[in-house]
Design a protein around this ligand. Structure first.
Ligand code: FAD
Length: 438
């Protein structure tokens, strides 16, 4: 993509030129004086917030595309547990250690400044990011990839405290461990209830995959137990494939109640382990997994990035916010139109955004974006299904699905094909983790 060499890039930056926007505002690093006669050597600074699939990929690829960039990744936790694979953990197929990543390669191999701290505010006017430690970081461009937050209270009685009793496990880590412990402690013959969230939420095939993995655990450890999915929707991702597999692998174990059947959970009582639905009925569960409605985190809202949808509108080519200049929002927090919220798309869009940012710094047009998404789900250890799609920028500036590209696993695949797809799922996880964190 390079029309301007690395040497030119730094010269250009030093001379002001196309990079005159690099007002080096005060921060904890010394301001660099810049003039046409005394070229400054400081590189443009990009701060990336959030070291998940979006942020970590973007930080890494910014450095790969333009090694002269000064890239700082701020992440609140020293390690990251991938949500992909966390359902497999509930099925007994993975341990938390298998899903845990660190930032060593980003720092040591790719030269990203990794800062373990929590971002508490963004001053877009001054282009400063404030950290919980009291430090500030100045940026020329900011990339926000803080993931999701929950719309606590939308289900009466379900707040952060209630999630310690009825875990959501929709951010992998301690919540996944808690849910797993509850499943292990549950008596055989018990009921696992899952409340599935409304769209848009991260990983649309995640809830039915979780039900499948819990069903696998029950089949192998607690065969008299049952699963009840209470849904806010009338359909779900890969529905026909999942239902066909449930019939075959776990007959009579999983019951799904759609919204029109009264499935929407409207209230919970963590003390008695009861959920109340829109139909006026109540259900008691031995283990209750509430996956609440989602939105972009408060940090993004406080920075002025969020609109009435609860998500961050962006230019779907560069992923620059349409509300706040010089700030790009990627991953689940962004509203990428038809593109689903997934680790795969977060990783893809992060690379495209890195390329766009480097282009903007170089004063050349950003490349035309094209994205792909593949979501594998395991229904059992050797039964995998997938959905894939390709997206490109339409004439209206919005991403759109490419007709004829992608698709679903075939309905009547052989056992061998299902087993192959289960292998692809594991390989996909290995590949995306290595591409993001390696
Ligand atoms: P995240 O990965 O959540 O990263 C956000 C990061 O920002 C976190 O590390 C967080 O600590 C950090 N952060 C937040 N606020 C701050 C702050 N103030 N300061 C500093 N750091 C902060 N996707 C797939 O493609 N395939 C799958 O098979 C798949 N399976 C899934 C299964 C489950 C059960 C779930 C819940 C999700 C799954 N996903 C899957 C979806 C995928 O996990 C998300 O879409 C992806 O993680 C989004 O990446 P992100 O960078 O937007 O957010």
């Amino acid at each position: 993509m390079s029309k301007i060499s690395r040497r030119d890039f730094v010269k250009l930056m030093g001379a002001g030129g196309a990079l005159s926007a690099f007002g080096l505002t005060g921060c904890d690093t010394a301001p660099v004086k810049s003039s046409a006669t005394t070229p400054a050597k400081a590189a443009p600074r990009v701060v990336v917030v959030g070291g998940g699939f979006g942020g970590a990929t973007c930080a890494k690829y910014l450095r790969l595309y333009e090694p002269d960039l000064n890239v700082t990744l701020v992440e609140q936790n020293a390690s990251y547990v991938t949500c992909p694979g966390s359902n497999w953990m509930l099925g007994g197929l993975r341990k938390i250690e298998d899903l845990t990543q660190n930032y060593n390669a980003l720092r040591d191999k790719h030269g990203v400044n990794v800062v373990i701290d929590r971002v508490v505010g963004v001053d877009a006017g001054k282009r400063l990011v404030a950290l919980a430690s009291g430090k500030t970081l100045a940026y020329d461009r900011l990339v926000m990839s803080p993931g999701i937050d929950f719309r606590w209270g939308e289900i009466e009685g379900y707040d952060e405290a209630a999630s310690q009793i009825m875990p959501h496990a929709w951010k992998a880590g301690p919540q996944t461990v808690l849910l797993q412990k509850q499943l292990h402690a549950m008596p055989d013959g018990g009921t696992f209830i899952m409340a599935a969230p409304p769209m848009p939420f991260r990983c649309p095939p995640g809830p039915p995959e979780r039900a499948s993995m819990v069903a696998h655990y029950f089949k192998t450890h607690k065969p008299k137990s049952k699963i009840l999915i209470l849904d806010t929707k009338d359909n779900f991702s890969k529905q026909a494939l999942f239902m066909q597999a449930w019939e075959q692998l776990y007959p009579g174990v999983i019951e799904w109640v759609p919204a029109t059947g009264g499935g929407k959970v409207v209230r919970v009582d963590p003390k008695t382990g009861t959920v109340y639905t829109s139909s006026g009925s109540s259900e008691k569960g031995d283990v209750i997994n509430i996956i609440p409605a989602q939105r972009a985190p408060k940090l993004a809202a406080d920075a002025g990035l969020v609109n009435e949808s609860g998500w961050c509108p962006v230019n779907q080519s560069t992923f620059e916010s349409t509300r706040v200049p010089n700030v790009h929002v990627i991953g689940d927090s962004s509203n990428a139109g038809v593109v689903p919220k997934s680790g795969h798309t977060a990783n893809n869009i992060a690379k495209m955004t890195a390329a766009a940012i480097v282009s903007l710094f170089r004063g050349v047009p950003p490349p035309q974006p094209s994205h792909v998404n593949t979501c594998y789900s395991l229904v059992s250890p050797d039964y995998g299904i997938s959905i894939a799609a390709v997206y490109r920028l339409g004439e209206n500036g919005q991403l759109e699905g490419v007709k004829g590209a992608g698709g679903l696993s075939p309905a009547n695949a052989s056992a061998q094909q299902r087993s192959q797809e289960a292998g692809y799922a594991a390989a996909w996880h290995k590949g995306i983790v290595s591409d993001t964190f390696g």
